[in-house]
Design a protein around this ligand. Structure first.
Ligand SMILES: [Zn+2]
Ligand SMILES: [Zn+2]
Length: 253
C-alpha cells in the first residue's frame, strides 16, 4: 500500500491510496482542472483513479466529487445521508451507497467506515487495508468517541486531524459563532484532543503519523507536531504534515 495527499485543509481535501491495481481517493475537494494538476505532481492522471470515497458533504471534501467523477468515470461511494445532503443528484455517475458501519472492498482495498461526530448529515471516516497493513484516516470530528478509538487501534499509519490550537482559536479573529462551531462537539479536533486520541490507541505499530486538516489561521505545523510527538516519544519532525498547497508525497506502508 502507498498513500499521498493532494491537499488538506478547509480549502480542499483529497487523499490518495493505492494497493495493487486499485487507486482510490478519500474526498475530492478540488475541481477537475485543479485535480489534474495535483495528481500530476504524484505521477498520476484522472483515469488512474478508480473511485472516490466521500466522508461528508462539506465543500472542502465534496466540491469536486461529481464533476471529477463525470469527467474521469470514477465510482462514488458515500452514505445515504451524505448523498441526500448534496445539491448534485449524481445523475450520469456511478454511485454506491455505503453503510457507515459495514466493511466493503474497492478492488484490492478493504475499507472499514466508521461514523464520527461532525455537523453534517451522516459523516464517516475510514480505515483502509491491503490485507496486512491498515491506514486510519480521521479528520472533521468534533470529539473522540470510544468507537473511533476502537476503529483506529493498532493501525500502521494514521492521518489525523489537528485542526487548531485552542489558544490560537480563542485569540484569533474569527467571529464568535464560528469559533464555537469549530471548537464545539460537532466541529474539529484540536491538537491536544488529537494527541489524547493518539495516547488512547495502540500506537506502537505506527510507521507513519501525519497531522492533517490544519487551520491556516488557528494552528501552525510546529504546534501540531509537538503535541503528537510528545505522545509518540519521537522527534518532532518525524510527524508529517499534510499541507493545503502540497498535501504530502507518496508514503509506502
Ligand atoms: Zn473539512
Ligand atoms: Zn467538515
Amino acid at each position: 500500500m502507498r498513500f499521498a495527499s493532494l491537499g488538506s485543509g478547509s480549502r480542499g481535501n483529497a487523499l490518495l491510496v493505492e494497493v495493487g491495481n486499485t487507486c482510490i481517493l478519500i474526498d475530492a475537494g478540488f475541481g477537475p482542472r485543479e485535480m489534474v494538476r495535483r495528481l500530476e505532481r504524484l505521477g498520476l492522471v484522472g483515469d488512474d483513479v478508480d473511485a472516490v470515497l466521500v466522508t461528508h458533504e462539506h465543500s472542502d471534501h465534496i466540491g469536486g466529487v461529481f464533476a471529477c467523477a463525470r469527467r474521469f468515470d470514477w465510482e462514488i461511494l458515500l452514505t445515504h445521508g451524505t448523498l441526500a445532503a448534496c445539491r448534485d443528484d449524481g445523475a450520469e455517475t456511478r454511485i454506491t451507497i455505503i453503510d457507515s458501519h459495514a466493511p466493503f472492498s474497492v478492488g484490492d482495498i478493504s475499507v472499514q467506515p466508521f461514523p464520527v461526530p461532525h455537523d453534517v448529515r451522516e459523516p464517516v471516516q475510514f480505515v483502509l487495508a491491503d490485507g496486512v497493513r491498515r491506514l486510519g484516516v480521521l479528520t472533521d470530528a468534533g470529539h473522540v468517541t470510544l468507537h473511533m478509538v476502537a476503529m483506529l487501534d493498532g493501525c500502521e499509519a494514521l492521518v489525523l486531524e489537528c485542526n487548531h490550537d485552542t489558544q490560537m482559536l480563542a485569540q484569533g479573529n474569527y467571529p464568535l459563532a464560528l469559533k464555537r462551531r469549530i471548537g464545539g462537539l460537532w466541529g474539529h479536533l484540536d491538537n491536544a484532543v488529537a494527541a489524547s486520541l493518539l495516547s488512547r490507541i495502540g500506537h506502537s505499530t505506527l510507521r507513519h503519523v501525519i497531522a492533517a486538516h490544519l487551520s491556516e489561521e488557528n494552528n501552525c505545523p510546529m504546534l501540531a507536531q509537538e503535541a503528537l510527538s510528545v505522545v509518540l516519544g519521537c522527534k518532532r519532525d518525524w510527524v508529517g504534515i499534510a499541507t493545503q498547497t502540497d498535501g504530502f508525497a507518496w508514503r509506502d506502508l
